[in-house]
Design a protein around this ligand. Structure first.
Ligand SMILES: Nc1ncnc2c1ncn2[C@@H]1O[C@H](COP(=O)(O)OP(=O)(O)OP(=O)(O)O)[C@@H](O)[C@H]1O
Ligand SMILES: [Mg+2]
Length: 206
């Protein structure tokens, strides 16, 4: 069977990634069923036993910025080796809640780590490997912060300032401009039904 495809969901905290992920998985699964391909749903940081341990550390412990970037890519290396590559090789499609664009947006845009360092780690960990499609949930930072709120205590990233999320959002948009063939941008301030219609268009093109 031909190799599967790798699709990532991106956007700042509260943008709506998780809200649409399972619905999108069902749309894809229905489409791929006839070809006997599965859809693997996963997330970053995380996706493996070690990766989920690293996620707990990354989201909750203060650390040096470069340590943070290195741990993100360490988690990603494990994720690629254990989950993503084997799934794509057996013909399944993989849907990930965040991937490398998030590291460029958060550690690069948000925290200011020089882009060339992140590019070096990206080359080391994934060679030329890139998602086949990235859906970017774009949203004004004030709307996202209203949506984030209250059910549980905010993690280290969710506690960041409005200015941090402005820089993070801007870096996501810059990357989308740089690779328009890979990105599909969704206006995430719209109602959920309208966003689903946009996502149906995406699924139809796959
Ligand atoms: N289009 C929308 N209109 C109104 N509310 C929305 C919309 N999309 C998502 N929400 C709500 O916004 C909140 C944040 O959404 P969600 O958890 O999907 O964001 P996320 O991108 O996964 O954030 P995080 O990066 O923090 O995991 C949820 O309470 C969700 O119900
Ligand atoms: Mg989420």
């Amino acid at each position: 069977m031909a190799r599967g495809k790798f699709i990532t969901f991106e956007g700042i905290d509260g943008a709506g990634k998780t809200t649409h992920l399972d619905w999108f998985r069902q749309q894809l699964a229905a489409k791929l069923e006839a070809q006997q391909r599965g859809v693997v749903m996963t997330r970053e940081p995380g996706g493996t036993t070690l990766g989920e341990t690293l996620r707990g550390i990354l989201l909750n412990q203060p650390m040096d910025l470069e340590t943070e970037a290195l741990l993100m890519f360490a988690s990603r290396r494990e994720h690629l080796a254990q989950v993503i590559e084997p799934a794509l090789a057996r013909g399944d499609w993989v849907l990930s809640d965040r991937f490398t664009d998030a590291t460029f947006a958060y550690q690069g845009g948000g925290r200011g780590l020089p882009r060339d360092k992140l590019e070096a780690l990206e080359r080391w960990v994934q060679g030329g490997f890139q998602p086949d499609l990235t859906v970017l949930f774009d949203i004004p930072t004030d709307t996202a912060s209203e949506r984030r709120s209250s059910a549980r205590a905010p993690d280290k990233f969710e506690s960041e300032s409005e200015a941090f999320f402005e820089r993070t959002r801007a870096e996501y948009l810059r990357r989308a401009e740089e690779a328009p063939e890979r990105f599909f941008i969704v206006d995430s301030s719209k109602p959920i039904d309208e966003i689903r219609q946009r996502l149906e268009e995406v699924v139809a093109t796959l």
